[in-house]
Design a protein around this ligand. Structure first.
Ligand code: NIG
Ligand code: FE
Length: 413
């Protein structure tokens, strides 16, 4: 058995003793151990504590790592991404800089439909190779568990192709991965005037295959004015639920779309985005078991107001942070930046942001038994920082690469 001792850790971060989804004030409590050690056996955390209390003879270990000056954190749990896509969309980015609106870009065939056209023209192998590179990139940036959505197919073949790519990523990657079916991302052009026709395609042609081949864990809908209404969202989610897919939905991004209330009604695992929230949406979410997942890099990239994290936390909501990695609204899957933005622009405390990006992110993927904290029995998916003066330095010095190494299942990547 490979047994590793990591000693001299300046600060071991998020050493949660008892798994718990954190809400409201609890988010600010981040358990840490100074001058710490961790023991890893066959990729699993089996011991931790203060370095001067190590009970074991050092001869017991097959490997000893001296983490002098470094902090060790649980790897980020990124619970909302769209990282399978065929091509980037920087031409739209420049068009927007030049003053074109969302509607102008859509009229030029841009946006989600642009990605869908390119995805349908790409082979499964090509998509896999590109997604694999992105997965490698984000894992080097500290992501140790991830959720990936479909939604750029918008045809039976395209959606199934995307989910098969995710399935292959699950098989080949050492990262825990969850798959979400987002057939209801937008209406394809041919169903512009027949929304029910596309919904029927989702329910009658896509879901049965997804259910049979076990291609997804969750179902997502873009519940938004001009996209899917709350009623359509509910119909699609309930159809997914019949195949065992829990809802995790895009809600309240651009408008008070009713997505949060619909998600809560359906007992969704999470409602994600939440840039546009009123008191009713906030109190409904606070009283529920549904997690509110904030995606600050999408707000940043689209030049929108950031999510009202303080109001959500003060109301007692359970908050997670995720990257929304996608070619249209967040062409970055860097969770270090997400954590920094949430502190800088949303006034989350560093402790709140780290909890939201680790243990609560794990809950938002139902992976809390495996990842999200440095706890006995969980995977040794860990971030080793460069020497830093304090925990708050991590979001403060945004843009500096403060990660020295990342470990997945007890092995450096
Ligand atoms: O989560 N909001 C909807 N979907 C994506 C962006 C879609 C795109 O432009 O490709 C998001 O932001
Ligand atoms: Fe998204």
């Amino acid at each position: 058995m490979a047994t590793t001792l990591v000693t001299n850790i300046k600060l071991l971060v998020n050493t949660l003793e008892k798994n718990k989804l954190l809400r409201g004030k609890e988010l600010a409590k981040l358990p840490c151990i100074g001058n710490a050690y961790v023991i890893i056996e066959d990729g699993i955390i089996t011991g931790k504590g203060s370095s001067n209390e190590i009970q074991h003879p050092t001869s017991k270990f097959s490997r000893i790592i001296d983490a002098e000056g470094q902090m060790v954190l649980p790897a980020w749990c990124d619970s909302h991404t769209h990282l399978v896509f065929a091509a980037s969309r920087e031409e739209e980015f420049v068009d927007k800089i030049r003053g074109l609106s969302y509607a102008d870009i859509a009229a030029k065939g841009g946006g989600i439909l642009n990605s869908a056209r390119k995805l349908n023209a790409a082979s499964e192998n090509e998509l896999f190779t590109k997604a694999w590179k992105r997965l490698e990139e984000v894992s080097k940036q500290g992501t140790g568990a991830i959720e990936i959505k479909s939604g750029y197919g918008l045809t039976v073949e395209g959606e199934l192709k995307m989910l098969r790519v995710v399935k292959k990523l699950k098989e080949k990657s050492t990262l825990p991965i969850k798959a979400t079916f987002l057939g209801a991302h937008t209406y394809p052009l041919e169903f512009k005037d027949s929304h029910q026709g596309y919904i029927d395609l989702i329910m009658n042609e896509m879901l049965p295959v997804i259910g049979k081949e076990k291609l997804a864990d969750y179902i997502d809908v873009f519940c938004e004015t001009g996209f899917f209404s709350p009623e359509e969202t509910e119909m699609i989610c309930r159809a997914g639920m019949r195949y065992g897919l829990k809802p995790k939905i895009h809600a309240n991004q651009l408008n008070l779309s009713g997505g949060t209330q619909t998600g809560v009604k359906l007992n969704a695992l999470s409602v994600d985005h939440l840039e546009t929230m009123d008191d009713d949406a906030i109190t409904t979410l606070a009283k529920s078991n549904t997690i509110g997942t904030l995606l600050p890099s999408a707000a940043f990239f689209l030049r929108m107001p950031f999510q009202p994290a303080r109001r959500l936390i003060d109301a007692g909501c359970a908050i997670a942070l995720a990257s929304d990695f996608n070619p249209g609204s967040s062409p970055s899957g860097n969770m270090n930046l997400v954590v920094a933005m949430s502190c800088i622009q949303m006034k989350m405390l560093p402790e709140e942001a780290i909890n939201a990006a680790t243990i609560n992110g794990a809950y938002a993927m139902e992976l809390e038994k495996e990842v999200g904290s440095i706890s006995i029995g969980k995977k040794a998916n860990l971030i080793f920082t460069k020497p830093v003066p304090s925990l708050a330095y991590l979001p403060y010095a945004f843009g500096s690469n403060l990660i020295d190494k990342v470990m997945i299942n007890g092995e450096y990547i």
